[in-house]
Ligand binder design. Sequence first.
Ligand SMILES: Nc1ncnc2c1ncn2[C@@H]1O[C@H](COP(=O)(O)OP(=O)(O)O)[C@@H](O)[C@H]1O
Ligand SMILES: CC(=O)N[C@@H](CCC(=O)OP(=O)(O)O)C(=O)O
Length: 258
Amino acid sequence: MRYKVIKVGGALLEDEGRLELLCRKLAKIEPPFMIVHGGGIFAGQLAERLGIPCRMIDGRRVTDDEMLRVTVMAYAGWVNKILVARLQTLGVNACGLSGCDMNLVGAKQRVQEGVEWGHVGDVVHVNSTVLELLFQSGIVPVLSPITCDGQGGLLNSNADGIVSAVAKALSSRVEVELIYCFNKRGVLRDMEDENSVIPRLTPVMYDKLRQEGRIYAGMIPKLEYSFVAIHAGVQSVRLVHPDELDNPEAGTRITGEE
Ligand SMILES: Nc1ncnc2c1ncn2[C@@H]1O[C@H](COP(=O)(O)OP(=O)(O)O)[C@@H](O)[C@H]1O
Ligand SMILES: CC(=O)N[C@@H](CCC(=O)OP(=O)(O)O)C(=O)O
């Protein structure tokens, strides 16, 4: 049996119609599975309404004191609870969590010379024993990207990184399929052509496409974390659109070999 660990990107939750379609697809999946969600779009909208400026560097959000409050409200609050509520109405026993709950995901503050990242956290541990207990109880964990630093502080972690670390931690105990579910049909060779999905992506292909500028923005951390997961022993890593979640041949499969 393969445990599915599914990342859902913020763009899939943006309006009622997309949220409904996504949750219907997720509700068809046979447990055990879990969801890690993002929601950068919601944090951006909330910050704008509050007059707090946003700054992104290489797909990551610079998170000062005020932005930390915004991200906690957006991710651990609105996005997490709306997903859980919708899944519950569809018969999924979803349980909303952040990395702080049961010390599920711990992180350490990102330190980089010349960049004031603020409360951005890189994952340092995942409590896979607790996740397994939840799976065994028939619960579907829905995890937000808010983590804790072990000293009472909250951190904002990239959701693509959290899901990669969670998949890696679980994969030493059970077989894991890591799925990045997002708003394209896979990694595209040509962003102008929705049908140019690359079925199998190797590290060499990635380097070349990145140099050519065909892979950019949020796709860069997503693919880097995908390769981290596959090299760490995660049994399967795929990127797909929610419409094709149930088709094992759809999307882009990540491979560590050439
Ligand atoms: N080669 C590519 N194929 C598909 N999407 C790409 C590619 N290069 C860049 N992107 C962009 O990356 C986005 C997905 O990354 P991101 O917005 O971070 O996803 P998420 O919704 O999971 O947070 C796509 O919507 C697209 O705009
Ligand atoms: C540190 C950092 O960048 N955290 C992300 C967490 C949310 C996220 O990853 O959301 P998407 O998956 O929708 O992009 C952020 O605040 O944007």
